[in-house]
Design a protein around this ligand. Structure first.
Ligand SMILES: *[C@@H]1O[C@H](CO)[C@@H](O)[C@H](O)[C@H]1NC(C)=O
Ligand SMILES: *[C@@H]1O[C@H](CO)[C@@H](O)[C@H](O)[C@H]1NC(C)=O
Ligand SMILES: *[C@@H]1O[C@H](CO)[C@@H](O)[C@H](O)[C@H]1NC(C)=O
Ligand SMILES: *[C@@H]1O[C@H](CO)[C@@H](O)[C@H](O)[C@H]1NC(C)=O
Ligand SMILES: *[C@@H]1O[C@H](CO)[C@@H](O)[C@H](O)[C@H]1NC(C)=O
Length: 548
């Protein structure tokens, strides 16, 4: 036998090799589900010099100076809000120059996939960012562009003016669909075979049905993920690529991917889970906006019901209420209570929260490009009401995940709804989290809502946002005191220990306090560079077993 002829030291080296090979395996969908992601718009998050006085006129569309180094210096701001992953703007080299609506500050106008975008920093900066995140137990997700390359045509016909030779790779016309402009974005065939962009900046549309393009992009994505130890990818414009191609690239990446499919129809959006693990949940986004800005709270319960039927895995979808392409919530209404409801739903409903920078500061840009405010103008205010709320919500979510095995896999279920309220439960029967939302806004009245939601009579539950205990009546009724349009979040009081909320100790306190005790919880996964200790041990053992 081959293995028997190996010397012990050779075998040890092999075991180490297997161990490292296992470590190199990226984070998968299950690893990502418990995470909460903060979307960083790199050019607008933090400058290297840390200055908060630098002007940034969003309408001009020019680079404002945000960098990876600046981001590294402000990771506390993100982590202290309870996020354990970030998603950053595309990192590859963009085209230079300026058109009427500005420059490539957003990172989406890629020219060379193999070079980094010098505006955002150096290779060392990006590697250091990855390093700093991993040492904090956080994941790095990068936005990637696989649908097109970009060329500045500046008013000429993209069909003739696009200079393919400037691209790397794909430096030839043969890799691209012939030019046609998308007229109807809801026509998928057209949306996938024609070009996005316009005649100022042509977004040359890759022929993603071609085997050549597929192979080149697959090998790029593998190298890219490996070179920077990336834990997950957002795939930009996934709606505009072929679905087989999308599936191939997602698989080749070896990590979790969520693909941007801008689509309100849940049947179409969730069909994408046949190709990639996740899409941002646009159907629920639109329902949320209807519920909290247009008075239609039924839209939300309807959408949840359909999603439960249609989607393969709701807990893998990314839940968001703002991003760099959408109007900020505060542009619909300045009402802080409504913003609190939307935020609460974003973090506590099913799916992986994907939270856009600036939401915690109640930024109000009404659309692209004004929704790309420089965060530094807020002076990174950690006393902002939505910053504090976000912290609490992330804490209770990760606490529920740690203490309640079914929390992630169980689906949100509305247990009550009226014209302005919806109550939703999630988690193990009898120990569930209960969230009550209102769309009455700050001027909403005080009222009592009697809910029957299968907590045992006499159960004490803590309302986590107000730190107040409620006792379930002998009849099994929870009398929720609603007021000022604020959301309420309930969790069994005797399960609060370890949450770090409402006077209960932190997670580490709980483990120490209960070491060896019958009630001690399993500590779950402690990540080492995105790989759990259990997996690591298993890999080492597996390596040895395989060898002996
Ligand atoms: C684009 O065209 C405008 C006006 O036609 C001109 O001022 C500008 O320099 C051009 N930009 C590039 C990058 O060619
Ligand atoms: C990955 O790194 C290698 C070695 O430095 C380099 O040759 C290659 O171009 C890189 N690939 C990507 C996609 O960054
Ligand atoms: C609310 O939204 C639902 C689902 O989107 C829709 O069917 C219903 O007509 C809407 N109701 C009102 C009053 O607009
Ligand atoms: C709520 O009840 C729990 C368990 O009985 C208790 O430990 C906690 O201090 C109470 N919290 C408040 C805010 O009264
Ligand atoms: C929990 O941890 C946070 C931050 O790590 C700290 O500010 C807080 O005081 C801790 N609370 C308790 C009760 O230990």
């Amino acid at each position: 036998m081959f293995l028997m002829t190996q010397s012990p030291s050779r075998m040890f080296a092999l075991a180490i090799f297997f161990c490292i090979a296992r470590l190199a395996l990226g984070a998968n969908t299950e690893d990502w589900k418990p995470r909460s992601i903060y979307q960083v718009f790199t050019d607008r998050f933090a400058r290297t010099d840390g200055s908060t006085s630098a002007k940034c006129d969003t309408e001009e569309g020019l680079f404002c100076g945000g960098t990876w180094r600046g981001l590294i210096n402000h990771l506390d701001y993100i982590q202290n809000m309870g996020f354990d992953a970030i998603m950053i703007s595309p990192v590859s080299e963009s085209i230079e120059g300026r058109v009427s609506y500005g420059e490539a500050y957003h990172g989406y106008w890629i020219r060379d996939l193999y070079q980094l975008n010098g505006h955002f920093g150096s290779r060392d900066d990006l590697l250091d960012l990855r390093e700093q995140l991993h040492s904090r137990g956080m994941y790095l997700m990068v936005d990637i562009v696989i649908n097109n390359m970009a060329a500045m045509t500046n008013g000429s016909d993209p069909g003739t003016a696009t200079d393919y030779s400037t691209f790397n790779p794909f430096d030839d016309r043969k890799y691209f669909h012939p030019y046609c402009k998308i007229e109807d974005y809801n026509n998928y065939d057209e949306a996938q075979k024609c070009w996005t962009g316009d005649d100022l900046v042509a977004l040359a549309d890759l022929n993603t049905e071609s085997a050549d393009v597929g192979k080149i992009m697959e090998s790029w994505v593998k190298e890219f993920v490996a070179n920077y130890s990336i834990d997950g990818l957002r795939i930009d414009a996934a709606k505009h690529t072929g679905t087989e191609y999308l599936a191939k690239i997602a698989k080749a990446s070896g990590v979790f991917t969520t693909g941007e499919v801008f689509e309100g129809n849940v049947h179409i959006a969730c069909d994408y889970q046949n190709y990639i693990p996740s899409v941002p949940n646009y159907p629920v986004y639109f329902a949320m906006i209807k519920a909290f800005t247009a008075g239609n709270i039924t839209a939300l319960s309807d959408e949840l019901a359909v999603s439960r039927e249609v989607c393969k895995d709701i807990s893998a979808l990314a839940t968001f209420s703002e991003n760099h392409d959408l109007p900020r919530f505060a542009s619909y209404t300045k009402d802080l209570a409504l913003a609190q409801n939307v935020l609460t739903f974003t973090i506590l409903s099913d799916g992986i929260p994907l939270y856009y920078q600036g939401q915690e500061q109640h930024f109000s840009g009404p659309g692209t490009p004004t929704n790309r405010e420089a965060l530094w103008t807020s002076n990174y205010n950690t006393d902002a009401p939505l910053y504090k709320l976000t912290t609490t919500l992330n804490k209770i979510r990760s606490h529920a995940i740690r203490t309640n095995q079914d929390y992630l896999s169980s689906q949100s279920y509305p247990v009550y709804t009226d014209g302005s309220t919806i109550a939703i439960r999630k988690g193990t029967e009898g120990r569930q989290m209960l969230t009550v939302y209102s769309n009455q806004g700050e001027k909403g009245g005080d009222y009592r809502l009697d809910l029957h939601i299968s907590y045992a009579p006499g159960t004490v539950v803590t309302e986590v946002l107000g730190c107040r205990n409620y006792t379930v009546s002998e009849e099994g009724t929870l009398g929720v005191l609603m007021g000022k349009g604020l959301p309420k979040v309930f969790f069994p009081a005797d399960e609060m220990r370890g949450s770090g909320l409402c006077g209960a100790g932190n997670w580490s306190t709980r483990i120490e306090g209960e070491k060896g005790g019958a009630g001690a919880l399993r500590p779950g996964k402690f990540g080492i560079g995105g790989v759990s200790l259990g997996v690591l041990v298993a890999a080492v053992m597996g390596g040895f077993l395989g060898l002996l």
